[in-house]
Design a protein around this ligand. Sequence first.
Ligand code: DAH
Length: 361
Amino acid sequence: MSDLAQLENEILADIAAAADEAALEAVRVAALGKNGTVTALLKTLGTLPPERRKSEGPLINGMKDRVNAALAARREIFKTAALEARLNTESIDVTLPVREAPAEIGRVHPITQVIDELTAIFADMGFAVAEGPDIETDDYNFGKLNFPEEHPARAMHDTFFFDPKPDGTRLLLRTHTSPVQVRTMLTQKPPIRVIIPGRTYRCDSDQTHTPMFHQVEGLVIDKGSHLGHMKWILEEFFKAFFEVDRVGMRFRPSFFPFTEPSLEVDIQCRRDKGEIRFGEGEDWMEILGAGMVHPNVLRNCGLDPDQYQGFAWGMGIDRITMLKYGMPDLRAFFEADVRWLSHYGFRPLDWPTLAAGLSPP
Ligand code: DAH
């Protein structure tokens, strides 16, 4: 075998043996690089006499072409192998379950849902939503609402007080949403029609009481607003909220410092093996406190009681939520247990409207 043929065989064997791109590149440099074996041969061509150049030139160039072709073929093999390896590791098993989108997993808390529902109902009747701070002054929570100083009703509310300030006044966590009545009357001119949903606080905790709970207040002030209007509004509300055609209601005399007369409202229900149905039956359930806004409260809020009058009511949101959606334990509402929430919570995109239905199917 000629030296040329032997060199070619060696190079081709090295190409075949190269395990990866780097090894292959080393073989290429050794043969065709600046100081490569084939390059050295090509350089000798120039020194040869013309007739030898004629015979050897094609031999050496032919060898160079075959080496180049072998290098390209080997490179192609590496490329295919790399692609195949990538395809194998990046394959998708289409039979695997699809992971749910965050909007599908998240749940709306029942309290939030019910606040949205009752806002939709009252908005349909022309009510706006008013809000106030959870931390209130003694004056707004009690004073302007006609609670006399040292009145036992203040103690009745089991108030969480903050430490007194140097001037002797002390802030508190509002015990009801009624202080927002005051804030509304101080800043808006009648006619006023607002509902006030929000958090309220009392130092009380057992199976039916939590230290933080929710109320929704209603306030209507105009020149001729009276309890007949309120009765209609509440009746329409309960029918829409509990999704029934009829709601029996009963008004009983009561006492609140900020209303005169004051009353408590019961709605008719039937208790059936732990289930409660509304609008029928022979039982009554106390559901809210209400009354005509006391002239002193109007006066305290800058309104002339000879010109304006109105009514207000306050209702526990947690309770009506438990009643509507059959939740047995109030305390679970505030334990932040995702298992409870995924069971009782509402899908985030099922926004309650009167047109499309209040509660999700
Ligand atoms: N604020 C009262 C409470 O928390 C509830 C209430 C009663 C609100 C009568 C009212 C009302 O607006 O008129 O016990």
